[in-house]
Write a protein that binds this ligand. Sequence first.
Ligand code: ATP
Length: 584
Amino acid sequence: MTERYQQERRERRRLHNTLVELRGNIRVHCRLRPVLPFDDEFRGPGSQNSPVSGAVAHAVDDETILVECSPPGHPLINKTYTFERVYGPAESQRAVFEDVCPLLTSFLDGYNVCIMAYGQTGSGKSFTMLGPRPEQDLALPSGPHGHLGIIPRAAGEVFRLIAENPSWRLEVDVSVVEVYNNDIFDLLAKDGCAVVSRAKRQVLTTTEGKKEVSGLTRESVHSAVELMTLVAAALRLRAKQATAVHADSSRSHLVITVTLTAAASSRSTADRQSDQSPPAELRGPTPQRPAPGRRPGATRTVSSVSPRTRGLGQGSQGPGGQVLSKLQLVDLAGSECAGVSGVTGSALRETSLINRSLAALADVLGALSEGRGHIPYRNSTLTHFLQDALGGDAKLQVIVCVSPCQKHVAETLQSLGFGARARQVERGCPAPRKPRSEWTLRHWDVKALISKNTMKSWILAEILCVAKRAGPQSTPRTASTSGDKVVQAQGTSVAAVPQAGCSAPHRAPTSLECLLGVHNWRGDSYSAWEATGLLQFPASPRMPPRTHRPALGRGEDLPRRHCLLPWTPPQDSRWSLVPQTRSL
Ligand SMILES: Nc1ncnc2c1ncn2[C@@H]1O[C@H](COP(=O)(O)OP(=O)(O)OP(=O)(O)O)[C@@H](O)[C@H]1O
């Protein structure tokens, strides 16, 4: 019984996440840290009767958090908040990572992804993102994984996914910056003696309107250990300060950006042109092997010259340097009440600038959730820098970290309010960076297609159903056939995606060509679908009568009822997916 209940909960959550994604919402998870020894001194009188000593915030279930206390001289607080996922104090780092792990598959699929931890000082942001004291442990990804945070696990997962597909030819670069006192510092920059030093940088806008940091150092990495070694070195430069709340408080926002680029290929142009099949992610050398002309650990710098006339992928990176996707991992500085943290002097100024930048972040989310015309990204360097992730096409995951203690209840309520507001934001469906002709049909791509193509959504929904039945973890393999990229999910082909430049006049269009409007719906479209062998009506008569078929031009839209109502489908005539017999 309990197992069935858990199963249904999981299914409900999965469906909810799908909905969140379809609506373009920001996913928000909440993590409640345990009461820790350093909290003892903050235990308040209103929390004495709490089931967990000193705790006033409780994870009621895996979607709900309750804050309940009666601070002296204040009205009773009894508030619940719901998030896509709530982690209780006993939940492991692994559990947190497992929920964000699918985003890394999206990153490899060509989506921009941003994972961000938000919360008050000492609430567990760095613990969640990095793990305990990562700057002291250089061998993170290969060491015991018990307490590793999201960043080292993500590094391991990215390289694991790449290694799973030896035909992919990618380069992975990493940059690390901190936003400190409203300025950006490059934590991988080296001085004249090749010693890593902090160098001040600026946010610029590229020709495509994207935000980039000028002159930013990007180090090429070929393994998770290499990546984490750089991160650990950068962390030693990050601004820290002991406060009354947290002895090791970060005073800056840390942003680690992992960039996936198509590496320059050693093959001739003719060779490349004769290769019909590879999607964008298959170009260039494998990440384990350095690209021709690039040594391991090579540094590249984003040019600061004429940022408006030079995109990130051009000029500084050579012909193979097309940026495919970016993964931003953000450990924000903690909000804090100066009275509680007891800071003075320069630390007080830091606190004020941290709070101001976090307030600017909340303002941006507020403006986005209300659909305002003007979004105040430029009110702070942090929001200006993260503009693409917040309002752009990135899949954004926010993890709100909270303390269970009564002393921090005001900050906890503020953080939970921030998370609730972030959940209200509705953006466009995240778009992959790759050209449409190179899309690989995957779980998320189909959903993007559904939202763009209402006419065919019912058919796409069928495809999605089959893809889902194969399981969210299934990674479809791609292969080349005569001009089509066939996508497999656990041995069942779900659709064929047209490749660029293969629209031979007499060739039967593939199902997805029809779905995408590449081929119009006149004439033989239905039988053409059958001819592909990918989608078919199992029962006879197979097609709607000609008079009832939609006569539409390319790209025209048709409400679903026109397809379905005039024609009564024969019994059991749902579109079925035919197992692919071609060898892949
Ligand atoms: N879930 C947890 N389990 C065990 N210990 C935790 C957990 N979360 C946080 N801690 C511990 O609490 C302390 C504060 O956590 P952390 O450094 O991550 O806070 P923070 O939110 O990053 O603070 P700041 O913003 O001031 O840097 C650390 O000693 C950390 O190891």
